[in-house]
Ligand binder design. Structure first.
Ligand code: GLA
Length: 393
């Protein structure tokens, strides 16, 4: 599936109008805390109060999505974060598998980790914080020396989005990133839709249009612990990743430009392998990443078959990731250091969460051999990521 669809302005304009209409709608919000319905449950959604705040003059809210199995997910329009989702483990106990906080301050304090965040305008790194587009150089804020990471100084994770809860399992969030915001050209109208489906999946659909040629790379930065958040390291989780190649990086995590085979390296997850079995190998790439923090080149990304499958060793909870994007950043929580108290009261200790960020490749604006992240006026950027939960049989 192509990730950037060309469309005529006849299609583009109504999409734009819809997004703007959504911005003006009063938000349907949930104002009470909610406890999971399962009797064996220990998972409780955080109270709404911590999210009912004004940030930079805009009102943030707390939203709950539900499906017919009694599963609930919590979302906030502050940074379009996925706060929490609790799914049954092999004993049927509802288990929160996404690292989150019970208030906005928790996200502000842990900002550099991007827990559960929607990332934009450009997910991942841009080397030395600049790129050239149509002959003009654009300079970005260097927030991850010597590079720009995940949108710059104030990315899409740190702004309040407009929200419209469409029904009890779907919410649409919109954000207009203004021309030259964070140094990027073009007014970018973005829409992120979260849907909690009846097969216990979180489906995240992204759309964006621009009025000037720009670059876009949107993703979600949820950290999962399939044994339950605060349930120890993720090193015994098994990972299967359908990626025959990956993009090796330099010591600042910028791709060298090579597309290298994973076969015969610690990056080969063609068969289910625990995260920890090779993470401390004497391997230059693992040293550069301080563990896994690499973009995998997906063999197929047509949203019909999982690109990655991860299983929690204690819980039996299985996460399948489906994607339309050509790359996936597998990050093993190497910078987590216990400095933040997460939902449930535990701390975010080293490697107690992992992220699977579907994306275009890092630094694509400077690496023309990579699939293009350029979006032009009249085109609609459209991508989908699905995080599906079940129990390993
Ligand atoms: C991304 C990066 C990592 C790290 C995390 C946030 O996944 O690739 O290097 O910066 O974000 O801590």
């Amino acid at each position: 599936m192509k990730t950037i669809f060309k469309s005529f302005s006849a299609i583009f304009l109504p999409v734009c109008a819809l997004s703007l209409a959504a911005c003006n709608q009063p938000a349907t919000k949930t104002s009470t805390a909610s406890t999971m319905t399962d009797s064996t449950s220990t998972a409780t959604l955080p109270p709404a109060a911590g999210f009912e705040k004004t940030v930079d003059g805009k009102q943030a809210h707390f939203y709950i999505l539900k499906n017919k199995n009694g599963i609930q997910a919590a979302i906030t329009n502050y940074g379009a974060h996925l706060i929490s989702i609790a799914v049954p483990d092999k004993a049927g106990k509802l288990t929160d598998v996404v690292i989150g906080f019970d208030n906005i301050d928790g996200y502000k304090k842990s900002m550099s980790a991007y827990y559960g965040a929607t990332i934009g305008r450009y997910g991942n790194r841009i080397a030395k914080g600049h790129f050239v587009l149509d002959g003009r150089r654009y300079d970005l804020f260097i927030n991850n020396k010597p590079n720009t990471l995940h949108g710059g100084k104030q990315g899409f994770n740190d702004v309040v989005w407009d929200a419209k809860q469409i029904d009890d399992h779907t919410i649409a969030l919109t954000y207009l990133s203004k021309d030259m915001e964070e140094g990027y050209p073009g007014n970018l109208n973005c829409k992120v839709t979260y849907e909690l489906t009846d097969d216990n999946a979180v489906k995240i659909s992204y759309e964006a249009t621009t009025d000037k040629t720009t670059v876009v790379n949107l993703t979600n930065h949820s950290y999962f612990n399939l044994n339950g958040i605060g349930g120890g390291t993720i090193l015994d989780h098994t990972v299967e990743l359908k990626a025959g190649n990956y993009t090796p990086v330099d010591t600042t995590l910028i791709p060298t430009g090579k597309i290298a085979p994973t076969a015969g390296t610690p990056f080969d997850f063609s068969k289910p392998t625990t995260i920890g079995s090779r993470i401390n190998d004497n391997d230059e790439q693992l040293k550069n990443g301080k563990g896994y923090d690499h973009n995998f080149v997906l063999d197929k990304h047509d949203i019909t078959t999982p690109v990655a499958t991860v299983v929690g060793d204690k819980s039996g909870i299985k996460l399948e990731v489906f994607a339309t994007e050509p790359g996936l950043q597998f990050y093993s929580g190497n910078f987590m250091n216990g400095g933040n108290t997460i939902l449930g009261g535990k701390t975010d200790d080293h490697r107690t969460g992992f992220a699977m960020e579907t994306q275009h490749f890092p630094d694509s604006p400077n690496q023309p051999q990579f699939p293009s992240t350029v979006l032009k006026p009249g085109e609609t950027y459209k991508t989908v990521t699905i995080y599906k939960f079940s129990v390993e049989k």
